[in-house]
Design a protein around this ligand. Structure first.
Ligand code: NAP
Length: 324
């Protein structure tokens, strides 16, 4: 009788481990020499950006990153562990045009070429409707329009690289998109009782869809290859806005072991970003969407919307630039 129980326990254990390995995600096994590359990453004070920097530091490449807060302890530890790595932090607020300009000016003072830009920084799910100082909905301003402006200002030194590349950290949440060019600020949802629970994800989904469209259009407009990716559902601080609601916090504290079982830690979370860096130029699919360290299919794409979005973004950035 006891061995029946033992067999059941063993089966449950094996199935459990296999399920966990599946949800933990794949490791990037692709490598190339990136020691002569300069890689710029937005975000990096925490989460996926920080872990990507940590993994990249092993490869002796030059890293520049920007976020609102400076991760002093992390930088110190990194420089102690990898003293040969050239890593620099400059303040960056993607909601603020002056900050983006100051950041790009400092970058240009330091380096004369950039090989890869990783548009990683982002926010998700603000509980109330928020706006940048230019009246742009906060998700759209931070996750999409600010990075678009930043990339635009760095085009000249990107073009000095032999084979420049843009990597947009998008999300499976592009599924929630409702990208209406006549309603980029989601005004039609503004009065909804459900802004904080449903439409905030629409606003976030719009930006993640916009990043996919941006990667599709990038080389057509600039000659620079680009791709986008979904890193997986990763245990980072991206849930911070949602967790500030007491009841969501309570549910998550109770469900945390289950949530942890089905989600990735940051090490596995940054593997698809590493893959998009490590894949050779001739193997990278221009405009491609990557997931779990391989090419995947985005749920939504649209060549027409990609064109429209690019034109609209150019208009928006010049309008903001001329008015402030
Ligand atoms: N975690 C997930 O499950 C998941 C899934 C799919 C996609 N993603 C995407 O992955 C990216 C990274 O998210 P994460 O999970 O690492 O989140 P996180 O831990 O909250 O990190 C977000 C990063 O973005 C920076 N950031 C936020 N607002 C900024 C601003 N206005 N200007 C400059 N930097 C800003 C933050 O730095 P400061 O606060 O210091 O400015 C931080 O470094 C995001 O684009 C997110 O949409 C995450």
């Amino acid at each position: 009788m006891w061995w029946n129980v033992l067999i059941i326990v063993l089966i449950v254990l094996i199935v459990g481990i296999r399920v966990r390995i599946y949800f933990r995600g794949k490791k990037c096994e692709t490598l190339r020499d990136i020691s002569n590359l300069t890689i710029l990453i937005t975000g990096g004070s925490k989460g996926l950006g920080q872990e990507t920097i940590k993994q990249l530091a092993k490869f002796n490449c030059r890293i520049i990153f920007g976020s609102r807060s400076r991760p002093t302890e992390f930088l110190q530890q990194l420089l102690e562990t990898y003293p040969q790595t050239k890593i620099q932090y400059f303040p960056l607020d993607l909601q603020c045009w002056n900050s983006i300009k100051q950041f790009t000016t400092r970058v240009k003072q330091e380096v004369d070429k950039i090989d890869i830009i990783i548009n990683n920084a982002g926010i998700m799910g603000t509980l109330t409707r928020q706006f940048t100082q230019y009246g742009i909905e906060a998700h759209f301003g931070t996750n999409y329009l600010g990075p678009f402006f930043l990339n635009h200002l760095l085009l000249d030194i990107l073009k000095k690289s032999n084979c420049p590349r843009i990597i947009n950290v998008s999300s499976i949440a592009h599924l929630f998109q409702d990208l209406d060019f006549n309603d980029l600020n989601c005004d039609k949802w503004a009065k909804s009782l459900f802004w904080s629970r449903i439409f905030t994800y629409r606003a976030y989904g719009n930006t993640k869809f916009a990043q996919i469209l941006n990667a599709q259009e990038f080389s057509k407009r600039t000659g620079i290859m680009a791709c986008s990716l979904h890193p997986g559902v990763v245990r980072t601080e991206v849930l911070q806005y949602q967790l500030s609601a007491w009841w969501f916090n309570l549910i998550m504290s109770i469900a945390w072991p289950i949530y942890s079982f089905f989600t990735k830690d940051i090490y596995y979370g940054c593997q698809t970003i590493l893959y998009c860096i490590m894949i050779k130029d001739e193997e990278l699919v221009d405009g491609g969407f990557y997931k779990d360290c391989k090419l995947a299919k985005a749920k939504f794409t649209s060549k027409e919307k990609a064109k429209q979005l690019w034109d609209m973004s150019l208009q928006l950035i010049s309008k903001i630039d001329n008015s402030y």
